[in-house]
Design a protein around this ligand. Structure first.
Ligand code: MLT
Length: 204
């Protein structure tokens, strides 16, 4: 549903007093994609799952790109601001705490942009197969947000060097970043889910 909020989204109330997860899908996905994984890594947590508003050949994304791995930086910035506003408005609407972002691929990249531009919108982030999303990195807002980045050493879409650079940028902003590199490609594995679940228990 969209309702009074800016993004079409799905919301699950949750059953336990856990920090909500903000689920951010990859290119061509939608608000349903990450719900099963979200339930697995954070059983009982409220789930807020927006659909990306940009369409690339009919495939939803969270920002425009010019080619694979070549981003329209102005659009990344605008969409990250818009998503942060949505997250804050949804928190008021559903009366939930600040969420931990749980983003995959394009969803991880927009979450990384939100961390750099509007860290106050999130209480933490799990970035699965993320890369540097912005050209000009803003001045540090001095946020200590905990972040888990999980990369794949055989990922053909995300160069490991870009994920490592992103980890350094977020640390430079004061964030507590744990960067794990798995023997994996761009696709998610069981190990991603296990690491994410463990990290949520110990870090958030
Ligand atoms: C992106 O466009 O955000 C990245 O290339 C990942 C992808 O969605 O393929």
């Amino acid at each position: 549903m969209a309702g009074p909020l800016s993004h079409i989204h799905r919301f699950e109330t949750g059953t336990a007093s856990r920090t909500p997860l903000l689920l951010l899908h990859g290119t061509g996905g939608n608000e349903d994609d990450l719900v099963p994984l979200g339930r697995m890594v954070a059983p009982g947590a409220p789930l807020l799952s927006p659909r990306g508003k940009v369409l690339e050949n009919g495939m939803p994304r969270f920002f425009r790109r010019l080619a694979e791995g070549v981003f329209d930086f102005a659009d990344v910035e605008r969409r990250a601001q818009e998503l942060a506003d949505f997250v804050i408005a949804a928190g008021k609407h559903y009366q939930t705490e600040r969420p931990v972002a749980f983003g995959y691929s394009n969803g991880a990249n927009i979450a990384a942009a939100v961390l750099l531009l509007r860290p106050e919108a999130l209480s933490g982030a799990i970035l699965l197969r993320a890369m540097v999303p912005l050209q000009d990195v803003p001045q540090s807002a001095g946020s200590t947000t905990p972040v888990l980045i999980i990369s794949g050493s055989r990922d053909r879409i995300v160069p490991i060097e870009s994920a490592t650079r992103l980890a350094g940028m977020l640390r430079g902003h004061g964030m507590a970043v744990d960067h794990q590199i798995l023997e994996a490609g761009h696709e998610l594995t069981q190990e991603d889910a296990q690491l994410a679940a463990q990290w949520l228990k110990s870090s958030v």
